[in-house]
Design a protein around this ligand. Sequence first.
Ligand SMILES: Cc1ncc(COP(=O)(O)O)c(C=O)c1O
Length: 394
Amino acid sequence: MPFDVTALRSHFPSLDHGLAFFDGPGGSQTPRVVAEAIAATMISPLSNRGTISTSELNAERAVAEFRSAYADLLGVPTTGIVHGRSATQLTYDFSRHLARTWRPGDEIIVSRLDHDSNVRPWIQAAERAGVTVRWIDLDGASLDLDTYQPSERTRLVAVTAASNVLGTIPPLREIVDRAHEVGALVYVDGVHYAAHHLADVPADFFVCSPYKFFGPHCGVLAASPELLETLQPDKLVPSSNAVPERFEFGTLPYEMLAGATAAVDFIAAIAPGGSGTRRERLAGSFAAIHEHELALRAQLEAGLRELGDAITVHSTAPDRTPTTLLTLEGRDAREAQIHLAGLGVLAPAGSFYAYEPFRALDLTDPALRVGLAPYNTPEEIDRLLTGLAAFLKL
Ligand SMILES: Cc1ncc(COP(=O)(O)O)c(C=O)c1O
């Protein structure tokens, strides 16, 4: 059942400013409850984690509630949830933890569809360990699985759950199954995917960023606690060696954890009449979000088609998120961004750290990215299309 978008929007103070935000893939707007959870944690009695004072217990609770919320969101036990500064930081950390056991002759596989944060850390770790890097290439907007050749030598496959520029959702289950057949681990970048779908990925590691789905700026990694037990990072002597604490360096940002938890609870409450466990309510909400975003995407794509050959749509994979990458014949996408911003419509131009996809698609100039979020409306799409039509006539 779809949700009431007007009711949803009333939770976002920033939407009162008359701007139409199509820049969700870069970071979503923030509902009041998330900001309030951050503030409440900071102004309540707060000490380091402990079991004696209220202030220690408040810190302890922020951590426990965060792990519980992300265990529900990402489908792993609470001890499989690792907090990080960002997805990029977590991927760099885990590339170093995992590369400790790589040896010359080993191989890793990365993809041309990925944001650079799930490419470069692995390539740099492979170079240091003397490990061969193989690629899954692109065929148009999709991964070319003929070029995916895991072997007995493959130690790791790093692949995205959804492209942050093309929206492409690759056939992850097949990729993961084939990696597992040869004993390789799979590290999935779920940063873009997790803003649109409930994570249900059979991967070994799944990383996401709450600021893409209404939360504060941080990263979260999910893995099985048993797998995490097999990894030993460098760490301080007095810090906990328990899983997942051994992967979280320094004092945790309790207020961020509280905000990130509030984002999960906010999503869980989006589906009308939701009941059951939080995971079940999250599934209902993501189904409602998907329905809403699919309708908006259809409207957007029909409107873009009407604008004719002047616009090339690069997001063409059969399975994709509502994120659409455009180039404009003979026109600079940055100028289109500026024109639209003048109308209060925010659709950024750039390459969005999608370094490999841009090279593979031979996109030398910035492109315009129109990303849909649950708070977008049909009227906002009309504003965008009218603005684009006016820009093309300039
Ligand atoms: C698909 C994807 N992966 C990774 C990242 C990096 O995330 P973070 O900013 O949390 O490091 C982004 C950020 O835009 C992204 O869209």
